[in-house]
Ligand binder design. Structure first.
Ligand code: HAM
Length: 425
């Protein structure tokens, strides 16, 4: 029987990888400009790392982790997110020693045993950035400006930035009690999960998708009315930075995020183009986490972008082909085929994507292939062209044709590609 991939795990196929590579290259370019350096952490970590950082009561830790026991009986887990691992690496490698302020990014797969659906997978990919050692609010603004700039570079200007403040542990406790009281008066109309959540983690009720719960929380008190003066000042300065930088945002006091480590600034980038999975990216401040994992008491902020969702948005908005060979060379007859083989090899060695047919094929079949692979141009060379020393160069978009000298052909083609002469890119 044919073996298929595990449910919720998917191949990223050759027709998709060009777009993935382009997104990754643009992300690396933006991170570089903002002074972020790459870090690569293992996919497997001790289970305890995630339960202590993300929170025992969260959906991720309580039901979505891929956990196994190694031969020594230790629990190990495929990472469901990157932040915990990057914090562990910051502590373990004493990355704070020379300078506590460290700006790190990482790109790679994450694993969550969720119910697969459109935009939701069990293995998915994230682009993460984490900024350690600064309490903000300038660094909060910096990280938000950076992510919005990346979306802009990727041509995604219709996404909506939601921001909120979750306060600090002190003022959040006051709000939590208030919310718990509000929910307990209405517990009869809450779903079963939320009745439980209302007790141990009432803020989580804001995330419930059940209609009756959504209705209840629409009247719930706002955390922004409860945060302390310091947290309020932090949030207002952040907004000032964002306003001055021309960043548009929506203040969403019900934005709570699904991980326990957040404090103060939280944000999410949402879209209405992906159905139920409307969050393309999420992040926020997690000032207590480094200390909680036995590191020094340094603050931090960061974000994670869902790669699959990002790619789906781009595919949906720009129909751009990222994978077009610069040229297809069609040789007709044994001599021309050999010549073509040599020219294609030389072009490829010069870094130009060039294609050809391996076996002998007629002109029609070769042009069909040039079309199918999306070649920008085609060179046609048969016996007559070899004699005259001039091949035919066809623009595959406009179908314009012109002659091109076969002496020094490779250099001639490189010049045409570099100058973009006579061809639409
Ligand atoms: P998160 O909100 O759990 O945050 O995930 C970030 C993004 O990853 C989401 O907005 C979504 O686009 C994508 N994502 C999450 N789960 C799935 C899934 N099952 N399938 C496809 N995409 C998914 C975090 O993970 C935090 N560590 C972000 C962060 C970094 N906060 C501070 N630093």
């Amino acid at each position: 029987m044919e073996i298929s991939a595990i449910k919720g795990f998917k191949d990223i196929l050759p027709r998709e990888t060009a777009l993935w590579q382009w997104v990754e290259a643009e992300a690396r370019g933006v991170f570089n400009a903002f002074g972020f350096k790459e870090i690569r952490t293992p996919l497997l970590e001790k289970t305890e790392l995630f339960s202590r950082s993300i929170g025992q009561d969260t959906d991720i830790v309580s039901k979505e982790m891929y956990t196994l026991t190694d031969s020594k009986g230790e629990g190990i887990t495929l990472r469901p997110e990157a932040t915990s691992s990057v914090v562990r690496a910051y502590i373990q490698n004493r990355l704070y020693q020379d300078n506590p302020v460290q700006k790190l990014y990482s790109i790679g797969p994450m694993f969550r045993h969720e119910r697969p659906q459109k935009g939701r997978f069990r293995q998915f990919h994230q682009i993460n950035a984490e900024l350690f050692g600064d309490p903000g609010p300038a660094s909060d603004a910096d990280i938000i400006i950076m992510i919005m700039h990346l979306f802009n570079v990727l041509g995604l200007n219709d996404v909506v930035l939601n921001i909120n403040s979750l306060g600090c542990p002190v003022c959040r406790t006051v709000f939590r009690d208030k919310l718990r009281a509000f929910l307990s008066e209405r517990s009869g109309r809450l779903c079963e999960d939320c009745r439980r959540r209302a007790e141990y983690n009432p803020l989580r009720v804001f995330d419930c998708k059940v209609e009756s719960c959504k209705e209840i929380v629409s009247d719930a008190p706002s955390i922004l009315d409860f945060i302390c003066d310091d947290c309020a000042r932090h949030f207002s300065l952040l907004r000032e930075y964002l306003d001055n930088s021309g960043i548009r945002y929506v203040i969403n006091h019900r934005l709570v995020r699904g991980l326990d480590y957040y404090s103060r600034t939280t944000f999410e980038i949402q879209t209405d183009r992906l159905g139920a999975q409307n969050a393309v990216a999420g992040g926020g401040r997690y000032d207590g986490l480094i200390k909680q994992l036995e590191g020094p008491d340094y603050p931090a902020i960061g974000f994670g972008i869902g790669f699959e969702r990002l790619v789906a948005l781009i595919e949906d908005s720009i129909k751009k082909d990222y994978n077009r060979p610069e040229i297809f060379m069609a040789g007709l007859g044994a001599d021309a085929e050999k010549k073509v083989f040599g020219w294609v090899t030389e072009l490829r060695r010069s870094g130009i994507s060039a294609e050809m047919e391996y076996g002998s094929k007629g002109l029609k079949a070769q042009m069909k292939k040039a079309d199918r692979i999306g070649a920008k141009r085609a060179l046609i060379v048969g016996e007559d062209e070899l004699v005259s020393g001039k091949g035919i160069l066809r623009d595959m978009d406009t179908k314009d044709q012109k002659e091109i000298g076969l002496d020094n052909l490779v250099q001639g083609i490189i010049n045409i590609i570099k100058n973009g002469t006579g061809h639409r890119e």
